[in-house]
Write a protein that binds this ligand. Structure first.
Ligand SMILES: Cc1cc2nc3c(=O)[nH]c(=O)nc-3n(C[C@H](O)[C@H](O)[C@H](O)COP(=O)(O)OP(=O)(O)OC[C@H]3O[C@@H](n4cnc5c(N)ncnc54)[C@H](O)[C@@H]3O)c2cc1C
Length: 494
């Protein structure tokens, strides 16, 4: 067996999954990571006796993780934990807390009095969502594309009955099935907290509600999400994969057809047969390769997912009125969703998500304490570059949450960390602080998304949120499979 050397730039999940697949296939793999830890957005913050997941707190399509470890012949090195209920939702102005269950009988009970005949309607809605999921999974998501023509040809094999969905929005599809504003808002959250509003997201993404409510549900990991990374690292070590931390690629050398080396902040040059970039695939092409299609002006004109404003709180006492995964919404969903992308000021009466890992994982907080992770999607730095008002927004959220759960959080804070889009951008080189990278409008998926194979350099590949198939933990794991397929074909290790 040959011993082709691969350098991965960045140690996010897409990179770690690729490193697993390629090292187990016999490639010699090294990873360069600017941070002091692996995982990228899937990271860990330990402070004052509390442990926080920095970014992702749950995921769908858990079977993609199962596939990853099966493909390398290893048992899955962490314990998956299915969420039940999936999450709770509170809408401002009401004490009602909706518990969202996969069990549709129980879910129907939650919407009693709001939506007549909910169960029949939701089954019809999910039937359509299921069909589009299974009709596109292998034709659009789990497939490499070498040209727009090839992509369109593959799309053309998706049954015609789905065509009208291309011309409707996510919200319009919900309107076709449900009357209750609450049901429509709650079923939109999957789009909203993925960084897009349901009023301009194509209706095909209603398939996400099928993945959530019927197909595989939501999962997290026993002991905290970072166990995923901690489970992968020893396997990489076993295969001799070296990760060089505090090593940021600052420039690259290439000729007409090949990438020759990447150069770190100390001027050290790293050579390899193949390079895989886990930094943002669109930004990298503009910033390092000076590609005309990816200048700052062009990148700014693309659609990006919302930026995260995140708060990590260690709180004295146990908070009774809150569950593991909770959404707290205002009472002006459409106005809020319409302005949030365009506003240069922090949102008033913000909508936010709260994860209380200590509810199910007591090791992450000292006794009789809670650890709270709060995520508020905010405009990215194209529209709101200044975050001098971060403290104000954090306090507004904490005060609002205190009122809604009936617990004085502000006066019981033992530790507090706030990351604005500026920190998110600086930590992981996220373009203008966009939390999930490029959005997934129909003009930014498949062959229209920055490809996972470079257009000009034959030994350069990309994996992660802004290349194909897209963003989210299971999706970047699929991405690692797609580049493995390409590399085994283009550069077999013989
Ligand atoms: C707040 C938040 C919450 C989220 N919640 C969820 C969730 O609940 N469920 C879910 O499925 N997804 C969630 N996501 C999305 C998910 O985190 C991402 O889609 C996924 O982690 C992206 O992985 P990636 O492979 O693109 O790598 P990234 O996480 O982007 O990692 C890239 C790595 O490359 C490094 N790097 C960048 N440039 C260089 C350079 N020049 N030199 C060296 N290293 C470099 C960075 O430091 C980073 O470590 C969330 C994201 C955020 C921000």
């Amino acid at each position: 067996m040959g011993n082709k050397k691969v350098i991965l730039v960045g140690a996010g999940l897409g990179s770690l999954a690729s490193a697993l697949r390629l090292s187990y296939a016999g490639y010699q793999v090294e990873i360069l990571e600017k941070q002091t830890t692996a995982g990228g957005r899937l990271n860990i913050l330990q402070k004052d006796g509390f442990t926080f997941d920095v970014g992702p707190s749950f995921f769908s399509m858990s079977y993609e993780f199962v596939e990853l470890f099966e493909s390398i012949g290893e048992p899955i090195p962490f314990e998956l934990n299915e969420l039940n209920p999936l999450y709770t939702v509170n809408i401002a102005g009401s004490d009602r807390v909706f518990q969202i269950y996969k069990d549709l009988d129980k879910l129907a009970n939650e919407f009693k009095g709001l939506e007549n005949d909910f169960e029949t309607k939701v089954r019809a809605y999910l039937k359509g969502a299921k069909e589009i999921f299974h009709d596109t999974e292998y034709k659009v998501v789990k497939k490499n594309f070498d040209s727009i023509v090839g992509f369109i040809a593959s799309m053309a094999t998706v049954p015609m009955k789905h065509l009208p969905k291309l011309f409707r929005t996510f919200w319009q599809e919900l309107e076709r099935h449900f009357d209750s504003e609450e049901v429509k808002i709650i079923f939109s959250l999957v789009a909203f907290f993925l960084g897009a509003t349901p009023f301009n997201t194509p209706s095909v993404y209603n398939l996400l509600n099928y993945t959530e409510l019927e197909h595989d549900g939501y999962w997290n990991v026993k002991g905290g999400m970072y166990k995923i990374v901690e489970g992968i690292l020893p396997l990489l070590e076993k295969k001799g994969v070296k990760i060089h931390y505090n090593t940021e690629v600052k420039s690259v050398n290439y000729n007409k057809t090949k990438m020759e080396s990447v150069v770190d902040q100390n001027g050290k040059s790293w050579t390899a047969d193949l390079f895989i970039i886990n930094a943002d695939a669109a930004w990298f092409r503009g910033h390092f390769l000076n590609r005309k299609k990816f200048t700052e002006e062009k990148l700014d004109a693309l659609e990006w997912t919302l930026a995260p404003f995140t708060i990590y709180l260690g709180v004295k006492g146990t908070i009774p009125g809150i569950h593991h995964h909770n959404y707290f919404l205002g009472d002006n969903f459409r106005d809020y969703a319409d302005t949030i992308f365009r506003s240069s000021v922090a949102p008033k009466k913000p909508y936010y998500y709260v994860n209380v890992a200590s509810k199910s994982n007591p090791n992450c907080a000292p006794e009789n304490c809670e650890n709270l992770f709060i995520l508020c999607p905010v405009p990215d730095m194209r529209v709101k570059p200044n975050w001098d008002d971060a403290e104000e927004l954090a306090n507004e959220i904490i005060d609002d949450l205190s009122k809604r759960v009936g617990f004085d959080i502000q006066n019981n804070i033992l530790t507090k960390t706030v990351y604005t889009p500026i920190e998110w951008k600086n930590m992981f080189n996220l373009y203008k602080g966009s939390g999930l990278g490029l959005a997934h409008g129909l003009n930014q998926i498949g062959a229209f998304r920055p490809s996972n194979k470079d257009e000009e350099l034959s030994n350069l590949y990309y994996v992660g949120a802004s290349t194909t198939p897209g963003t989210g933990l299971p999706i970047v794991v699929i991405g690692s499979k797609l580049i493995q397929e390409r590399i085994l074909k283009d550069h077999p290790n013989t």
